[in-house]
Every structure is written in structure tokens, then in C-alpha cells.
Design a protein around this ligand. Structure first.
Ligand SMILES: O=CC(=O)O
Length: 333
């Protein structure tokens, strides 16, 4: 009996122990135990010799990296839902398959989106700081102190009604929000009925009428600055915007401007346009209580990360066995 040579798999970040153990068993895996983000030169060196690259959203797998891939490198199995950090087009040109890890982080991301939808109008982050910033002092209840805005009965406008957008809508409905959405196409009538959702063909019209905007679409060339300066100006002064998708879907400079001018009431952001850099003006706005900012952690649960690892492993194994991997990502055309 001949034993098949294990594929050489290069993993760019530390993964949960259970995933790494399985990867060691199945593959000739080069893991990143100390979790130091890899440099571009290290990525280039890796793709010259490995069979499979397992990047995360913190790596930029652009055409320069892909063009250095050796002829044996045929798969990029990303440990992520989004694939905007990979030049999928360049990979396709080189005959390299790209896969991702959809579905398994839908509920976690929707939970965190809902947490921001609650946290910003109800001033949760500000309130949480009061006692820790003033130890031993009780700066608490008074009839006019720390008043937020009610969520129940308001209108949410979901931009991108895919898996995550729909999961956000289910939660929002349970909190008494009425559901409005804009999407490239209408969701099926059963889902619309279940959510009692109103579809807006015109994003502009929806933005002008809702109280809370939730951005839940992927970052693609078509959604870059979808929430532009012009569209941000359509929002009501009492409205809030929450983004757990990708930073570049919103024109961040324009968002900062309208927040500083008080033209909207606040924002909750888990993602940033120039991530990992966070604009210091946003940090200042957070300190002033106008925004809640989180370090890209909407999908960060142990269960989710293990499920993502399982998906990566299934994609690699299926591909190595000569089949089409279940989560193949095609270039946007
Ligand atoms: O943002 C996280 C992901 O796309 O996995």
C-alpha cells in the first residue's frame, strides 16, 4: 500500500488548538504558534513552495503575492467569510482555487450587530465607563441623566439582506423594530412575510426614512463607498449607523464629518476603512460617546472559530481528493 504524501499547508495565524491538532494530523502543516502576522515577503516565500495557503482577513493576498506562487500551489483556503483581502481574479488567472468559510459565523456576527444596535442608542459603552472611571463614587440614576433613545418601535434599514442581514432582521424584529431592507434582489416572499419586511429598491429613499442603518453587505468593487457622503447626508439627524461588514462600504471620512457636525446621532463600528489603522478622530468620537468602536470582533466566538477551521479543513481535503470544494469563491464579474 502506498501512503499519499500529505499536502504542504501554510497557515498564517494561530488557530484554535483543536483545529491545529487536526491540521497537524492531516497535513504537512506549517502553523503560526506565536501568532505574529506574516509579512508580505514571508507570504511570497511561502506560496513559492507550499500546496495550500490558509490566510485570514489580516493578510493581503494581492496579485503580487499570487503571481509568485509556484506551480504546485493550487488552493487558497481562507479562514474567513469575506474574501476582499484576496485578489480572487488574479488567483483565477493563475488557476488557483479560492475557498472561504460561510454560514458558520452568521449568527455570531448578527448577535454582535444587534449588540451595537442596542449599545449605541442606549449609551451602553458610556455607562459602562462611569463606575470604572470613578471608583468608589456612585454617579447613577437621576431623571435626566444618561438618557439614550428608545429602540422599540423604530425602523431599521438593512443594507444587504444575505445570510447575516437576514439574521440581523430576525433579531431586530424580536426587539420591536420594523424591518426595511435594500438588496440587489428581493428576498423570497416567505422570508419577507416572516420578517414583515419592506423592500426598498432605492437605497437613497430607504436611508432617508429609517432610524437605524445596519450595513451587512460584502465589500466588492460594487459596494465600495456604497454609503457615500451624498447618501450619508440623506440620513435623519436622529439616526444611527452600524457596520459589522467591511469598513470600505462606508466613506469613513464623510461619516466622521457628519458625526462631528452632529448630523446623525451616532455610529457603531466593528470594521474600519484602513484596518488595522483606526482613524484617531473615531477614537475621539468614541471618547465623546458618539460612537462605539470594536476591534473587528463580530465573529469572534470559540465555537465559530472552530467551525471555521473545520470548513477550511473540509475545503482542503475535498480539493486534494480531486473534487470541487464546497465553499469555492468565484471572482466578481
Ligand atoms: O470578518 C470576518 C470574516 O470575513 O471572516
Amino acid at each position: 500500500m502506498t501512503t499519499k504524501k500529505k499536502p504542504k499547508v501554510y497557515v498564517t495565524r494561530k488557530l484554535p488548538d483543536a483545529v491545529e491538532t487536526r491540521m497537524r494530523e492531516l497535513f504537512d502543516a506549517e502553523l503560526n504558534i506565536d501568532d505574529r502576522p506574516r509579512t508580505k515577503d514571508e507570504l511570497i516565500e511561502a506560496v513559492r513552495s507550499v500546496d495550500v495557503l490558509v490566510p485570514t482577513v489580516t493578510d493581503r493576498i494581492d496579485a503580487e503575492v499570487i503571481d509568485e506562487a509556484g506551480p504546485q500551489m493550487k488552493l487558497i483556503a481562507s479562514f474567513s467569510n469575506g474574501t476582499d483581502h484576496i485578489d480572487v481574479e488574479a488567483a483565477a488567472r493563475r488557476g488557483i482555487t479560492v475557498t472561504n468559510t460561510p454560514n458558520v459565523l452568521t449568527e455570531d456576527t448578527a448577535d454582535m450587530t444587534m449588540a451595537l444596535i442596542l449599545a449605541v442608542p442606549r449609551r451602553l459603552a458610556e455607562g459602562a465607563r462611569v463606575l470604572t472611571d470613578n471608583p468608589g463614587e456612585w454617579a447613577g440614576w437621576s431623571p435626566t441623566w444618561m438618557l439614550g433613545r428608545r429602540i422599540h418601535g423604530k425602523r431599521i434599514g438593512i443594507v444587504g439582506m444575505g445570510r447575516i442581514g437576514t439574521a440581523v432582521a430576525r433579531r431586530a424584529k424580536a426587539f420591536g423594530l420594523s424591518i426595511h431592507y435594500h438588496n440587489r434582489k428581493r428576498v423570497n416572499p416567505a422570508t419577507e412575510d416572516e420578517l414583515e419586511a419592506t423592500y426598498w429598491d432605492s437605497l437613497d429613499q430607504m436611508l432617508a426614512r429609517v432610524d437605524i442603518v445596519s450595513v451587512n453587505c460584502p465589500s466588492t468593487p460594487a459596494t465600495y463607498h456604497l454609503i457615500s457622503a451624498r447618501r450619508l447626508a440623506l440620513l435623519q439627524p436622529t439616526s444611527y449607523i452600524v457596520n459589522t461588514a467591511r469598513g470600505d462600504v462606508i466613506d469613513e471620512t464623510a461619516l466622521i464629518k457628519i458625526l462631528r457636525e452632529g448630523k446623525i446621532a451616532g455610529a457603531g463600528l466593528d470594521v474600519f476603512e484602513n484596518e488595522p489603522a483606526v482613524n484617531p478622530k473615531l477614537v475621539k468620537l468614541a471618547n465623546e460617546g458618539k460612537v462605539v468602536i470594536l476591534p473587528h470582533m463580530s465573529s469572534a466566538t470559540l465555537e465559530g472559530r472552530i467551525d471555521m477551521g473545520d470548513k477550511v479543513i473540509i475545503n482542503i481535503r475535498t480539493f486534494i481528493d480531486g473534487h470541487r470544494p464546497p465553499n469555492r469563491v468565484l471572482p466578481f464579474r
